[in-house]
Each structure stands twice: as C-alpha cells, then as structure tokens.
Design a protein around this ligand. Structure first.
Ligand SMILES: Cc1ncc(COP(=O)(O)O)c(C=O)c1O
Length: 399
C-alpha cells in the first residue's frame, strides 16, 4: 500500500482477538465474508453474518437476553416499539383478515390499527371491557387472526387478566399478543400466563435513560419469529442501530433495580396524591381503592409499575398551573425513564380524540400522566406539592 487514498482506508486494520467484558458494539453495515466458500455457505444456510439488516451480533445479544428475561424461546430486536407492533401485525395478518384489540391502548398502536392496517384491508374491532372474555368472544369472526392488549395499559394503568383472555384466544386457535412495555418482565411475564407473543417499546424501561429507541418481539414459537425476522423485518427494514442495541443492553443490566425503585416511588406518590383535596382520582392499581388492585396483586406482586394517571378537579387551568410550577418532574411525552415525567393527555398525546372518546377512555380535562423515576421520593412529593400550591394560588387569585 503506497497511495494515500488506499492507506487511509486500509492501514491499521484491527487484528487483536480479545473478549471484551462489555458487549462489543458491531457498528458496521456489514461483515467480511472470509473466503469464497464461506460466502456460499452463508447464503445457503444463513450461518454467520453478512449484513446488519439480516443479523448483527450486538442486536443478537439483546435478543437473547430479552428472550430469557421474558421466558420466551426467541426474540427479535427492531428500531422502535411501533416497529415491533408493525412487524408483528404485518407478520400475522393479511388483507381481508381481522384483529381484535383492547380499546385502552397506546395511541400510536391505535393509530396503526385504525389508519395503517385499515388501508391494507385489515379491520380492527375494539373491546372496552378488556377483562371480560365474553366481550372478546362476541367479536371473533372466522377471519380473526389475533387478539391484542397491554398488560398494564397506557395511560390509565388498568391491569389485563392475561390468562382469561389467552383462554379465549386459544379456544379459537388465535394468538394473544401482549404489549408489556409498562410492566416489563420484572413485574410480569405474560408468556407464563398464556400470552403467545410479547412486544415492548425498548425505548422505555429497557433502555431506561431516555436516550434511544428500540422495540422487541418475544415468542415461544420459533417458526413464527423466524418468519417475522426473515420475511417481515428483513424486507420492511426497521433495523436497530447496533449502538442503540448496546444502550438497550446496558439498560437491561439494571432493569430490576430501576423498576423496583420506580414502583415503590409510584406507590408512595399515588398514596400521597390520593390524600390531596385538589386531586379528584388516582389510577394506580397498587392502591387498595383501585378496581384493579386484586388483579395487580395476582399478576404483579413485586410492584405495580410507575406510569399512571391522576385527575385534578380544576380541569385544564389547574393542569396548566400544576405543570408550569414543577421543577423536578420533566414535562415530556415519554415514559419509563430514570427521571420522573409528566404530561397533560387531552391537549397532547390524545389531542385528536373527540370529547366523547376522551370521556370513554377516562381522560378528563384535568387528567395528567406521570411516569415516576428513581429520584428520592420526598423530593418528588415536594415537587408535586409545588404544583398543587400553584393551583391554590391560581384559584385564590381568580377568586
Ligand atoms: C405501551 C406502548 N407501546 C408502544 C409504544 C411505542 O414505542 P416507541 O415509541 O418505541 O415506538 C409506546 C410509546 O409510548 C407505548 O407507551
């Protein structure tokens, strides 16, 4: 090599064969095909690596870890939670077929069903009483190919009776897909209760620090996940960056510590909020007063999660004063972060819903969603108290 242009590309190629303790980040579009026959072998058997959209060792390490944590046979890592939902549904449904979903779900999932799947000829029916097996049963058609629900719903923190709904699915030979983003496998492992596929937004608790996006699909059926991987994700291309895979892996290493602390903090805050005169209701299933308390104790005895909503009696004006007065809580549309977050639902994530739809979803003008972080609990309560004091000052000034 004598030319500068060649040297800048080829001089100093790494040669060390070492085993790093931290997960190596294979930040590369593709991999060297050793010799002619190894390329022939890779393309005929799939062994080894060729191109990151097909397989990447950093992403594979995350897939293996999440599969173990969820108690599933295999996992597929993709670029976001929405991508995990899209790959799953595009892998299960074709034009003319039918999906049934719980109505209380993340807005982005609902939008995907209502707008995108409809354009592809897949119809979705929604179930309001998600824990009533008969309500699902009534909607099942010969063309129904999947049931979908969240283990803990975003934003109202309702708890799914997984085994009851899985029983309906299995009676009809249909898979139950559970989005378990808000619960994480530290709190509940839906496959152990009969769910067939679990999906996650890894952008939330898995990554944990609010820096990257990711999504995971976990399945006990290795043939189905092979189809999702080789025929859906490979073609549609929601490939995660290896750097993001590394950060998700790093997050997973402290998942239990964070979720345990977040759940403890959330319970402390929910109990405190319940006592405040400005607060009309608190939707946290760790509270004895909550209608989902018994189910939460059954499915999630180690903690009931950190995302929940509560409603201020003073409506939008109270919500505005409250949010603007907060100092420790971050005002943003995200959840599962180490930091505590707050969002006013009716004017942000749910602003396209009609008043009637909002009412049906239990989202009132004063409803706020909290995602509780790992901060020192008294600091969080002081901050929320600052918000309530601002409401009181606002009312006094108006009065
Ligand atoms: C329950 C749930 N599922 C899926 C998603 C989508 O995940 P992502 O933002 O990683 O695409 C979210 C995002 O907020 C969510 O809350």
């Amino acid at each position: 090599m004598t030319g500068f242009a060649t040297q800048q590309l080829h001089a100093g190629s790494p040669t060390a064969h070492v085993t790093p303790r931290a997960l190596p980040i294979y930040l590369t579009a593709g991999f060297v095909l050793d010799d002619f026959d190894s390329a022939v072998n890779h393309f005929s058997t799939g062994d080894g690596y060729s191109y990151t959209r097909v397989a990447n060792p950093t992403a594979e390490a995350v897939e293996q870890r999440v599969a173990v944590l969820e108690g599933g046979a295999e996992a597929l890592l993709v670029g976001s939670g929405q991508a995990a939902l899209a790959v799953t549904m595009l892998g299960l449904l074709r034009s003319g077929e039918h999906l049934i979903s719980a109505s209380s779900i993340y807005e982005g999932s609902r939008g995907f069903f209502v707008e995108n799947l409809t354009r592809l000829g897949v119809e979705t029916d929604f179930v309001d009483e998600a824990n009533e097996p008969a309500a699902w049963e009534r909607l099942i058609r010969p063309t129904t190919r999947a049931l979908f629900a969240e283990s803990i719903t975003n934003p109202k923190n309702e708890v799914l009776d997984i085994s009851a709904i899985a029983a309906v699915a299995h009676k009809h030979g249909i898979p139950l897909i559970v989005d378990s983003t808000l619960a994480t496998p530290f709190l509940v492992r839906p496959l152990e209760h009969g769910a067939d596929i679990v999906i996650h937004s890894a952008s939330k608790f898995f990554a944990g620090h609010g820096a990257v996006l990711g999504g995971v699909i976990v399945d006990n059926d290795t043939e189905r996940i092979a189809y999702f991987r080789d025929s859906v994700a490979l073609r549609f291309g929601p490939t995660p960056s290896p750097l993001n895979a590394f950060l998700i892996n790093q997050g997973l290493e402290t998942l239990s510590l964070r979720v345990e602390r977040q759940s403890e903090n959330a319970l402390g805050i929910a109990r405190w909020l319940e006592q405040q005169p400005e607060v009309q209701s608190v939707d946290y299933p760790g509270l004895e007063s909550n209608p989902f308390y018994a189910l939460a104790q059954h499915y999630m005895p180690n903690g009931q999660g950190s995302v929940f909503s509560f409603t201020l009696g003073g409506g939008v004006d109270a919500a505005r004063s409250f949010i603007n007065a907060l100092d420790v809580f971050t005002h943003m549309t995200h959840l599962g972060d180490v930091r505590s977050l707050v969002l006013h639902l009716a004017t942000t994530s749910h602003n396209l819903r009609t008043d009637e739809q909002l009412e049906k979803a239990g989202i009132w003008p004063g409803t706020l969603r909290l995602s509780i972080g790992i901060e020192y609990l008294p600091d969080l309560i002081d901050d929320l108290d600052r918000g309530l004091s601002a409401i009181r000052r606002g009312s006094a000034a108006a009065g």
